[in-house]
Design a protein around this ligand. Structure first.
Ligand code: HEC
Length: 176
């Protein structure tokens, strides 16, 4: 071994020198690219908050109002008299608010009952003095109101029967 070879050199040929120089450039650049990629892509939560999480963003930018589409052709399921009463009539008729005849109070109902079911229904559907039309719930079907009237009447001894739902309209015939 000669003196000049005392220290083993890694780079001995020009070719090795070129490889070393290229690697010295390429490797850091490769690492920088990977880092830049890591920083700029994907969803990394901001420190201490998840304000940028997809759910949080969706929550912030969601529309103020939402429209629900109801199939107008779907047959409406008519509620029973008791349900209608509890929902739309009890507010006044439970306690007799605003001079409403009290639920189950025969004395307050007897004179009204003598008008007959149809008149009572007419008054309940169309409104009567302080009694708002359909109890103020315009969504109610006339039949639902009539059922509520029957429910109230039965409670004070009237022989009312909750009307049935009408037969569903015949399906339109297929075009010929
Ligand atoms: C905002 C209060 C209020 C609500 C809600 C209400 N009523 Fe009445 N109702 C009254 C008042 C007040 C009267 C008495 C009106 C009068 O004779 O002066 C009355 C009277 C009636 C009468 C007797 C009408 C007559 O000819 O004597 C019927 C039947 C009746 N209501 C049914 C209903 C039904 C069914 C509902 C629910 C769909 C309902 N009411 C909801 C206040 C209300």
């Amino acid at each position: 071994m000669s003196d000049s070879n005392e220290h083993e050199l890694l780079i001995k040929t020009p070719k090795q020198l070129i490889v070393a120089v290229v690697a010295a450039f390429v490797v850091p650049i490769f690492i920088i690219v990977l880092l830049a990629n890591y920083v700029s892509t994907g969803n990394k939560p901001g420190a201490g908050s998840n304000a940028q999480a997809p759910e949080s963003v969706a929550e912030r930018i969601k529309p103020v109002g939402q429209i629900e589409f109801v199939d107008a052709n779907a047959p409406k399921v008519l509620k029973a008299g008791m349900d209608v009463y509890n929902q739309s009539c009890g507010a006044c008729h439970n306690a007799g608010a605003a001079g409403a005849p009290k639920f189950g109070d025969k004395g307050q109902w007897s004179a009204r009952l003598s008008q007959g079911f149809d008149t009572l229904v007419k008054h309940a559907v169309g409104g009567y003095k302080a009694m708002p039309a359909k109890g103020g719930n315009a969504d109610l079907d006339d039949i639902e109101v009539a059922r509520a009237v029957a429910y109230m009447g039965k409670e004070v001894g009237a022989n009312f029967k909750e009307p049935e739902a009408p037969a569903p309209a015949a399906a339109p015939e297929a075009a010929k």
